[in-house]
Design a protein around this ligand. Sequence first.
Ligand code: ADP
Length: 225
Amino acid sequence: MHSRQTFLANMNHELRTPLTVLQGYLEMLEGDYATPALQQKAIEAMKEQSQRMANLLQQLGVLAKIEHSTNADHQRLNMSSLISAMQKNTDMLTDSQQVIFDVEPDIYVIGDEGQLQSAVSNLIYNAIRHAGEETTIEIRWEKVEQGAKFSVSDNGIGIEPQHLAHLTERFYRVDESRSNKTGGSGLGLAIVKHALEQHQTRLEISSEVGKGSQFSFIIPRELVD
Ligand code: ADP
């Protein structure tokens, strides 16, 4: 299928679920059998679904902006601080998981701060949302021979091999039925891929079902100091 057509078909699919939920509750509120308790439930559900649609549009906006960006405004930035600063957010987001940061200090990168922040945070939040409870998530940033390497490793549910090549496609999810629970847009890894491409960097994914996953990238030496 033509990519524009695929995109429209996907958007249609993504918007249908929240819209159906909204319509259902609106109809219920219209009838006069809705008790105050039901009304309250309806409002909560409608808020959640409209938030979902707003997130989708926000993520699409981020993706479009990255795709159309150039490296004209890339700057030297302290990537180590950027990664370490994520720690206080992750501490708040999870208590059943252990999140470990192992960050080599003062590794600078030439790049776009917003895009690198998106890449790093999407990979970390994905591990938190998808790896499962009682897992350990390890975030590393270190100098390597080819440049500087960032990785997020978890010992969670893992991903079957046939999905790996598709994960960075827009809207691709391994398990559609879990996506309501995890609440993602399915755009996270597409954003990561495009943000990294703007830095001559490729996302590497390795995973084994039941053992865990690793998402990593190496910023090339020319952009690191
Ligand atoms: P989503 O909004 O669903 O998180 P992403 O593009 O960020 O979309 O990720 C695509 C899919 O990859 C997710 O729906 C999930 O199935 C899978 N995934 C991503 N990270 C992990 C992980 N650390 N462990 C297991 N599955 C993952």
